[in-house]
Design a protein around this ligand. Structure first.
Ligand code: NAP
Length: 252
């Protein structure tokens, strides 16, 4: 591949095969970004997201990279391919995430570390690799997908909550470290959003959750994608180190 630096800004979105990540990819494509879609296991290969991004803004360049973002060598491959294809990376959205719920007293160490590695270590690795490029560009935006579980904790989610709380610490430290290079780092803390991840919740759990949400409903992926688009825009240039909750008032 050729190393071409174009004028079009580039957004790299992990976990963009479905759910919130797919909507972030579509929204950023519509806002003028070329897109790197990172996904893991989805079969068939999620070419529909790529095609939708290309349709939303004709001329949009989209590449898709299968990778396990918990592995350093896969993250290096993702960032190298991005650099070789586009010559730049302007926005990194660390969105890939998994749950492996269970009570802590019965949770295996593998159950704990697999969630930490996929949700948190991945964000550190991808951020570290992209920051080297962003620092040279003297511009960059990193947005980490945390959760209200990371702010308030959640029974049955010691692993997930720890990973999402870790993302908040990572966000604030990187914001302080990289501010002088014109790089902002922020986190989003969604509540309940309708995606494949929440589709498996029982009707009873969903009903109880809705009872606690001020707006009386689950959010949609576009509710999260909208704030990502704002944080990626020039209008958000003076916002860094923040955790923005998108929960319909769940935690009021
Ligand atoms: P989802 O529908 O389950 O999608 C998860 C995405 O992450 C998929 O694209 C998946 O790729 C990718 N992924 C998982 N493991 C990966 C790995 N090792 N390497 C690369 N990609 C991997 O989840 P979602 O609901 O859209 O959630 C997206 C993010 O928002 C997650 O970080 C989640 O924790 C967070 N969040 C969600 C909610 C909610 O209510 N939905 C609330 C708070 C926070 P494949 O499909 O290809 O495996």
């Amino acid at each position: 591949m050729t190393n071409v630096t174009s004028d079009t800004p580039v957004a790299l979105v992990s976990g963009a095969s479905r759910g919130i990540g797919a909507e972030i990819a579509r929204t950023l494509a519509a806002k003028g970004f070329d897109i790197v879609i990172v996904y893991y296991t989805t079969e068939p290969v999620p070419t529909d997201v790529k095609e939708e991004c290309e349709k939303l803004r004709p001329g949009t360049k989209v590449i898709m990279i299968p990778a396990d973002v918990s592995l350093e060598e896969d993250c290096k491959r993702v960032v190298n391919l991005t650099k070789d294809t586009f010559g730049r990376v302007d926005v990194l959205v660390n969105n890939a995430g998994i749950t492996r719920d269970g009570l802590a007293m019965r949770m295996s160490v593998d159950q704990f570390t697999s969630v930490i590695n996929t949700n948190l270590t991945s964000a550190f690795i991808l951020s570290s690799l992209c920051l080297a490029i962003m620092a040279r560009q003297k511009h960059g935006r990193i947005i980490n997908m945390s959760s209200v579980s990371g702010v308030y904790g959640n029974p049955g989610q010691a692993n997930y909550s720890a990973s999402k709380a870790g993302l908040i610490g990572l966000t604030k430290s990187l914001a302080k470290e990289m501010g002088s290079r014109n790089i902002t780092v922020n986190a989003i803390a969604p509540g309940f959003i309708e995606t494949p991840m929440t589709a498996s919740l029982s009707e009873e759990v969903k009903k109880a959750a809705i009872g606690r949400i001020a707006l009386g409903r689950f959010g949609q992926p576009k509710d999260v994608a909208a704030i990502i688009a704002f944080l990626a825009s020039d209008d958000a240039a003076y916002i860094t180190g923040q955790v923005i909750e998108v929960s319909g008032g769940l935690t009021l």
